[in-house]
Design a protein around this ligand. Structure first.
Ligand code: PEP
Ligand code: MG
Length: 367
């Protein structure tokens, strides 16, 4: 049972008095959300909704949603997924009890949702009443050579709008239900992944707003919400002033931003990167610590451009770097409002945020 106690708990209280940045956690399961709260997280900074879809009870419908060649087929699959997602978000809103919850709409590397191997293909084909050969063909049509640079994130939400519509409906129905049940309305922060041009955010934002209005009029209840974007591609960072016009917040996805700035695959870099670090070609693993000259420079540009258009634009980070002390220091310097990291790194992030505030002079040392 995770719990902070004794001297460690006291140290954390001191840290909380001096830090300026908020600390949130990346969590999608109720267990992770509970752990995050016990470790002092002040909200969820990233709920990766694709992780919710691998449950054996749902994966069949998820595969159906992806391989269907018609909107009707996708809608049939999505109707099966809606109650699951509504329960997922209801549980998170209850646990987080009014703290902010950032829910990122679906961002799968598509290949993880495709049927693999003869058995899975045959099973899916049978469940959809099509022959195995045409299912095989469909699966290979959808397969990509570079899935991480492919049909993922908002690209999927734009080509198949009914997917984000289902998720938005689940979020708003859950939020309204929890507001009625507890008398305290959750404030969902809906986050759009992998935005590269403002238009993508405009389109997906309009989809979310339309569903919000539908749910509010069906239930007779209105709640507040935000729609923001991940900044995780260099192009998004460089055009952050335009993107900010349609965003209520930015969250830096420094995992993908590192991958795309360095041109280094997240999934394969481990094969030679240690050699680079050993020879000091790179001073540190850039997937662990923000590289100030590359990724850091892009983050800084995006903060300035974003806040130049919207004073007080909410800024956070939810890549792995959010739990790395040196990166937390960097986040303080550029003025982020919060860092979000895995639940078990929350105490480290609270300490690092306090240290960063002290060394940047953003807090009174005598506080
Ligand atoms: C990121 O890219 O930094 C991020 C937080 O999203 P994911 O790791 O899910 O791609
Ligand atoms: Mg990402």
């Amino acid at each position: 049972e995770p719990q902070l106690s004794g001297d460690f708990a006291t140290l954390m209280e001191w840290a909380d008095k001096v830090r300026r940045m908020r600390v949130r956690a990346n969590a999608e399961t109720p267990l992770d959300a509970e752990t995050a709260r016990k470790f002092g997280a002040e909200g969820i900074g990233l709920c990766r909704t694709e992780h919710m879809f691998f449950d054996p009870e749902r994966i069949g419908a998820v595969r159906q949603m992806i391989v269907s060649e018609t909107e009707e087929g996708r809608r049939t699959a999505l109707a099966k997924l809606l109650p699951f997602q509504r329960d997922d978000f209801t549980a998170l809103f209850r646990i987080m009890a009014g703290l902010p919850v950032t829910i990122r709409l679906l961002d799968p590397p598509l290949h993880e949702f495709l049927p693999h191997g003869e058995e899975e293909i045959a099973e899916l084909a049978a469940s959809l009443g099509v022959d195995a050969l045409s299912m095989q063909r469909r699966a290979s049509d959808l397969a990509e050579a570079n899935p991480m640079l492919g049909h993922r994130g908002c690209r999927l939400g734009i080509t198949f709008p009914e997917i984000y519509e289902m998720q938005a409906r689940a979020i708003f129905e859950a939020a309204v239900a929890v507001a009625k049940e507890t008398g305290k309305a959750p404030v969902p922060e809906i986050m759009i992944p992998l935005v590269m041009v403002k238009k993508e955010l405009e389109i997906t934002r309009a989809q979310v707003e339309k569903v919000a209005q539908e749910v509010f009029s069906e239930t007779g209840t209105t709640i507040e919400y935000m729609v923001g974007t991940m900044i995780e591609l260099p192009r998004a960072a460089l055009t952050a002033d335009k993107i900010a016009e349609s965003a209520d917040f930015f969250s830096f996805g420094t995992n993908d931003l590192t991958q795309t700035t360095f041109g280094l695959s997240r999934d394969d870099a481990g094969k030679f990167l240690p050699h680079y670090v050993e020879r000091n070609i790179l001073p540190k693993d850039p997937f662990v610590s923000i590289d100030p000259e590359g990724v850091g420079a892009l983050v800084e540009i995006a903060c300035e451009k974003g806040r130049g258009v919207k004073n007080g634009l909410k800024l956070g980070i939810c890549g792995e770097h959010g739990g790395d002390p040196a990166s937390v220091q960097f986040c303080e310097t550029v003025g982020l409002d919060y860092v979000s990291c895995s639940p078990y790194r929350v105490p480290v992030a609270r300490l690092a945020a306090a240290q960063a505030a002290l060394s940047s002079g953003t807090m009174d040392r005598n506080a």
